[in-house]
Structures are given as structure tokens and as C-alpha cells.
Design a protein around this ligand. Structure first.
Ligand code: C5P
Length: 220
């Protein structure tokens, strides 16, 4: 049973307003990418890592992996225009005999190892996929421009994070189609796969703005 991690780091991160892709913005002493890469590499649950880098940033990504001594990094590929394209490029590097694929956003640097344990336990129960989820603190409304159309039942809603874990053949079949989605689980759900939620973690905050970056840096 081998578990492969696909670390997608090919986003532009325009909302940070820096001169480089988000994965290479400083977090503490190192580029942001160093943190999730080191954590995946050190995880006892993970056997190998595929890095998906922004175009023209493949070499700095490989050099960073070498600098960190991240020996599980097996391939570094160029990402695509959308997140789905980047996931597809990464999954294509995972060998046929892999059992599980974890897809993780580099933009969520503080990956607690216990979350990976919870995800793999869920797959062991017979699910096709597992995702970390948190309850929503706010009331959520559906709107059409400025007009509220509906208030959704918050007890039925969760916010999902990454890493997301899947049986490798299931994810492979889903990403080979050309659909676009903001997360991998939605592709698996649409194709009839059973996806379970597990307890997420506040520390898996996705870095989008400078304020997020400062929060994550304070938690380092
Ligand atoms: O853009 P967003 O913050 O939703 O991206 C989530 C993750 O997907 C980030 O880690 C980002 O680097 C990655 N991504 C990618 N390729 C893209 C867009 C996003 O690898 N074209």
C-alpha cells in the first residue's frame, strides 16, 4: 500500500501582490512552499511526493527540495492554467501501483500530520475519498447580485480543506476527464464516488491575503 502526495504549488497568488508566485513568497526564513513540502516529506504516512510548480519555477522548486533534504520528492512537474490542470499534471506522475493519492494545496502550509492519519483511516473504512472539514461559523446565504434569495441551513454545511485523500484509481479516472473544479472531491462526488468528511484543522488556513500570511507566520 503506497501513499503518494501531489503538492500543488502552481498558483499565481495575485491577491498577495508580490512579484513572485505564492509558493515562493517568504514565510519565516524560507519560501512558503518549504513548510508543506517538509511536512509531507517527514510524514510517516507518505511514501512519495510529486511537486507541481509554476511555469519557470521548476528549478527553484527542485533546489528547495534538495536544500530541505526532502528525499521523497520523486518528480517536479509544471502546473497548468487552473488548479484542476495542475492536479492532472501531478497525478499523471503517480505510478499505476500507488494505492492512495493525497492532493494538498501548498497555500495551506501548516499541515498537521494527524489530519493525514484521519484521512487514511477513512479510506480504510471503504470510502473512495476523504476530506478535512470544519463547521461554518457564519450564516450562509444564497444571493443574486445584492438580493438575498435563500438562507441555507448551516447545520448541513461544512467548509472543506486539503489534503484530500482518494483511492488512486478513483482519482485518476476523475481527473482524466477535462472537468474543472475548485477541489478534487467534487469530481469524485460527481462521478458517484463516496467521500467522507473527517475533522479538519484551523491551522490548515489557506493563505490568500497578506493578513493570512501573517497569521500563518505567527503560528509557525
Ligand atoms: O488559487 P487557489 O488559492 O485556490 O489555489 C489553491 C492551490 O492550488 C494553491 O496551492 C495553488 O498553488 C494551487 N494552484 C495550482 N495551479 C493553478 C492554480 C492553483 O497548482 N493553476
Amino acid at each position: 500500500m503506497s501513499t503518494w502526495a501531489v503538492l500543488v504549488a502552481a498558483g499565481r497568488g495575485e491577491r498577495l501582490g508580490e512579484d513572485r508566485p505564492k509558493a515562493f513568497v517568504r514565510l519565516g526564513e524560507l519560501p512558503l512552499l518549504a513548510e508543506p513540502l517538509r511536512r509531507l516529506d517527514e510524514s510517516e504516512w507518505v511514501d512519495a511526493v510529486v511537486l507541481v510548480a509554476p511555469p519557470e519555477w521548476e528549478e527553484p522548486a527542485i533546489l528547495l527540495a534538495e536544500e530541505l533534504g526532502a528525499s521523497k520528492v520523486t518528480a517536479c512537474v509544471t502546473g497548468g492554467e487552473t488548479r484542476s490542470d495542475s492536479v492532472r499534471a501531478g497525478v499523471a506522475e503517480v505510478p499505476e501501483d500507488a494505492a492512495v493519492i493525497l492532493v494538498h494545496d501548498a497555500a495551506r502550509p501548516l499541515l498537521p500530520d494527524e489530519v493525514i492519519g484521519r484521512l487514511l483511516a477513512a479510506l480504510g473504512e471503504g470510502y473512495d475519498g476523504a476530506v478535512p472539514a470544519l463547521p461554518l461559523p457564519d450564516t450562509v446565504k444564497r444571493v443574486e447580485r445584492d438580493l438575498v434569495v435563500e438562507t441555507l441551513d448551516r447545520s448541513e454545511l461544512v467548509a472543506v480543506q486539503t489534503p484530500q485523500a482518494f483511492l488512486a484509481p478513483v482519482l485518476r479516472a476523475c481527473v482524466e476527464s477535462t472537468q474543472n473544479a475548485t477541489d478534487c472531491a467534487s469530481l469524485v462526488e460527481k462521478s458517484g464516488g463516496r467521500v467522507r468528511i473527517v475533522q479538519g484543522d484551523e491551522r490548515l488556513l489557506k493563505v490568500t491575503t497578506r493578513a493570512d500570511l501573517e497569521r500563518v507566520a505567527a503560528w509557525l
